[in-house]
Design a protein around this ligand. Structure first.
Ligand code: AKB
Length: 339
């Protein structure tokens, strides 16, 4: 029997590349990718087919759907929070209209195949918006439905797309004749800032964590754009990939909601810097808070309550802060820059 086909959008991004490697190791799926930038040579053999193109191109999406029986979509393509504040209309187009195109395509595919295509969507802590640091401290770990008042275009986009996905799963064309069995099956994870040993993210506001570490590993000085007390949750990339695959495999009957918080550890910028300096004693880290980016970080919760993910589908991160640094990030980054 042939393997189920998984479509990954934004496959050339930092989550995408790690996901491709992990799915290749597991060997259970055939992977088709789409990204604006062609995938680097080393990732191409991991996939059945790669399309270089824009998710705004509906013709391209229809063509991909016509050529493959897509069972799963990982829709990773997005413009992140800092980039989105520089060009909010473009962020809306890519993050909302692009997602709508993918949902529509996955829905028609579900109808064509007569079974629900599983649609995995990385949402974000950016959907939360706390008014100030005092309230953020008081709020502590927030649950999925608290403080859903984002202050960035990206956060608004992610929150709306969570609703779009739920709508497509439960109500799409509810006045029409569409059978419920033919609707797609949307599942979202709200990720904290992600830290990868292989790539430095671009365009995000949680980027200060990974940037600090990658700069130190390359012997570059780093000016942190938030103050040392800024605290948000983070997660090591292997756990992010693990959570997506675990949610993908979860039985629908066990899921009590379509959107889940997932969290791992929650250091301040100063605690990350201290750890980085312990590993790279020569690291030069200074603080020059950017008022807008720092305010965005202050609007995100200190931590998120992921007890529903733990209860419903067994989420349990493998990496706490120390393990993430010592067992994953530092060895991986050393190898990366030794090349
Ligand atoms: C960003 O900083 O925009 C992202 C996120 C927290 O979703 N990394």
């Amino acid at each position: 029997m042939s393997k189920p086909v998984v479509l990954v959008t934004g496959a050339n991004g930092e989550i995408g590349r790690s996901l491709l490697e992990r799915m290749h190791q597991e060997g259970r799926y055939s992977v088709v990718t789409v990204d604006l930038r062609p995938l680097p040579e080393r990732y191409r053999p991991l996939c059945l087919e790669n399309y270089a193109g824009n998710i705004m191109d509906r013709y391209l999406l229809d063509q991909i759907a016509a050529h493959h029986e897509i069972a799963v979509v990982f829709h990773l393509a997005a413009l992140l929070s800092t980039r989105g504040e520089r060009d909010p209309e473009l962020a809306h187009q890519v993050n909302v209209e692009g997602t709508l195109h993918l949902l529509r395509m996955a829905n028609s595919q579900s109808q064509r195949l007569g079974r629900a295509v599983r649609f995995l969507f990385p949402s974000s802590i950016a959907v939360y918006g706390l008014p100030d640091v005092a309230e953020k401290k008081r709020a502590g770990r927030v649950t999925e439905e608290q403080w859903n008042v984002p202050i960035t275009m990206y956060g608004c986009n992610k929150l709306y797309c969570e609703h779009l996905g739920r709508y497509f799963t439960q109500y799409y064309r509810q006045l029409g004749a569409l059978s419920t069995a033919a609707r797609l099956d949307f599942r979202a994870l709200r990720f904290p800032g992600l830290i990868s040993a292989e790539t430095v993210p671009t365009g995000g506001t949680s980027d200060f964590g990974p940037e600090m570490l990658h700069a130190a590993a390359q012997g570059h000085p780093y000016k942190c754009f938030v103050g040392p007390d800024a605290r948000i949750p983070f997660m090591a990339m292997p756990d992010a990939v693990q959570s997506m695959l675990q949610l993908l495999e979860a039985d629908r009957e066990r899921l009590t909601q379509s959107v889940y918080n997932v969290s791992a550890f929650s250091p301040t910028a100063g605690e990350i810097a201290a750890r980085v300096k312990k590993i790279y004693p020569g690291a030069e880290i200074t603080y020059e808070p950017d008022p807008v980016r720092a305010k965005i970080v202050d609007s995100w919760p200190e931590d998120i309550d992921d007890s529903r993910a733990r209860r419903d589908w067994g989420w349990n991160p493998a990496y706490n802060f120390e393990r993430a640094m010592d067992d994953y990030l530092v060895p991986g980054i050393k190898q990366l820059y030794a090349k």
